[in-house]
Design a protein around this ligand. Structure first.
Ligand SMILES: Cc1ncc(COP(=O)(O)O)c(C=O)c1O
Length: 395
């Protein structure tokens, strides 16, 4: 018997992870994961850039780097991604992370002691929930509607709970695909200043827009310096490169750097240089259009099949970007139980809503569907199968 820390035991055993182990069967179509489409990766560009970097920089690019990140990447990120969105920041405000996952964990570590209260959207990204549980934080959900966080409920909970931090995914949220409009973003920044809490703005999907107009980040409304913004190259270049970026007040960035030093010294240099070169060559805009075309076709296939095959009383979000949509099933269907049937009888998988919710019952009859990781034909087949199962449940 091994003795594990209390901290490690706080991460809930994940029924879904267990179920997904059954999915080695290649006939199963998964709408469950969150992977970007393989077809969307800029393989040829990355090959050419890697070759170029190794030629130009030689062994230096294989050397240790500095903790806050590769300078050309921090500069390129500001020029191509942050400033065009109205974020006023300098290099000292940026820090490169090993995926935004690391930035999120270290920001929570920086601002929250065990037992502190944090607010999250209901529902929210389960990866971050698990980090919060591991740290022993008190996690309080804030109500959301079609436009994301409800400001009245946020203000009430801020007054009542005195949180250290609000964690939000304002654009094409995981799991719902919803986007918070600009006015609410401004109110969030104002409330953070008024009540002195940190906003951890997690925005890995903002540039994966398939329709509609961009919305400025909460960070662009941050006059008090309370917003820490996380971006990531995972959904716009490649998740396997493991490169994320944080933007924060210089004193916060310096503290994050100190925490990162002990975590991994620095993010791998070559992937950082690849991202910098990709941006500096001006490849991103056309690449984003290519990604959007792939996902548009997949999302349209999913929505068309849902309109045809899902029971009429199912409700679902129609996102303008990102990788996910959220379904609220009619009646009292337990989506976790439904997943067992879906895998066994129809060879299709999704993620049930419960683990995205602090109070599992809030997500009991919901499911998250991913539209990035299967082709349109597979998506149509999967939705047809799911629809058949749902019709049989509601009879
Ligand atoms: C909302 C959200 N935040 C963060 C991440 C982690 O991204 P990264 O690959 O940059 O660590 C994900 C990954 O799916 C996500 O959905």
């Amino acid at each position: 018997m091994h003795h594990f820390t209390e901290r490690s035991e706080r991460i809930p055993v994940n029924v879904i992870r267990e179920l997904f182990k059954l999915m080695a069967d290649p006939d199963i179509i998964s709408l469950g994961g969150g992977n970007p489409a393989k077809e969307s990766f800029p393989l040829e560009e990355v090959r050419q850039i890697t070759d170029y970097l190794l030629c130009v920089h030689g062994a230096d690019i294989l050397q240790y780097g500095v903790t806050p990140g590769y300078l050309p990447l921090r500069q390129a990120y500001l020029e191509h991604l942050a400033r065009p969105k109205g974020v006023q920041a300098e290099v000292a405000n940026t820090i490169i992370f090993t995926g935004s996952t690391q930035g999120i964990s270290l920001t929570l570590e920086l601002f929250c002691n065990e037992g502190d209260t944090v607010l999250v959207e209901n529902p929210t990204f389960l990866g971050t929930l698990n980090v919060m549980y591991k740290m022993g934080l008190r996690v309080v959900p804030v109500e959301t509607d079609a436009q994301g966080i409800c400001i009245d409920d946020l203000e009430e909970k801020v007054r009542r709970e005195r949180p250290r931090l609000l964690y939000t995914i304002p654009t094409f949220q995981n799991p719902t695909g919803r986007t918070i409009p600009a006015e609410r973003r401004q109110r969030i920044a104002e409330l953070a200043a008024k009540y002195d809490f940190i906003v951890l703005e997690d925005d890995p999907y903002g540039d994966v827009r398939l329709a509609g107009e961009p919305v400025p980040p909460i960070k662009s409304f941050d006059t008090a310096g309370n917003v820490v913004m996380m971006n990531s190259f995972s959904k716009i270049i490649s998740p396997g490169l493991r490169v994320g970026v944080g933007v924060a007040e210089a004193d916060i960035a310096a503290k994050l750097e100190a925490l990162k030093q002990g975590a991994d010294t620095h993010t791998a240099l070559l992937p950082q240089a690849i991202c910098a070169e990709f941006l500096d060559r001006g490849l991103l805009p056309a690449h984003l259009q290519r990604i959007a075309a792939i996902y548009r076709e997949r999302l349209d296939a999913m929505l068309a099949a849902m309109a045809k095959h899902f029971p009429a009383d199912c409700r679902y979000t129609v996102p303008e970007g990102g990788l996910f949509l959220w379904v609220e099933l009619a009646g009292d269907i337990d989506a976790t139980r439904l997943l067992e049937r879906a895998v066994a009888e129809e060879k299709v998988a999704f993620v049930p809503g419960a683990p995205f919710c602090v109070h599992a019952e809030d997500g009991r009859s919901c499911m998250r569907l991913n539209f990035s990781n299967s082709g349109p034909k597979q998506i149509t087949t999967a939705i047809e199968r799911l629809g058949r199962l749902l019709q049989s449940e509601t009879k």
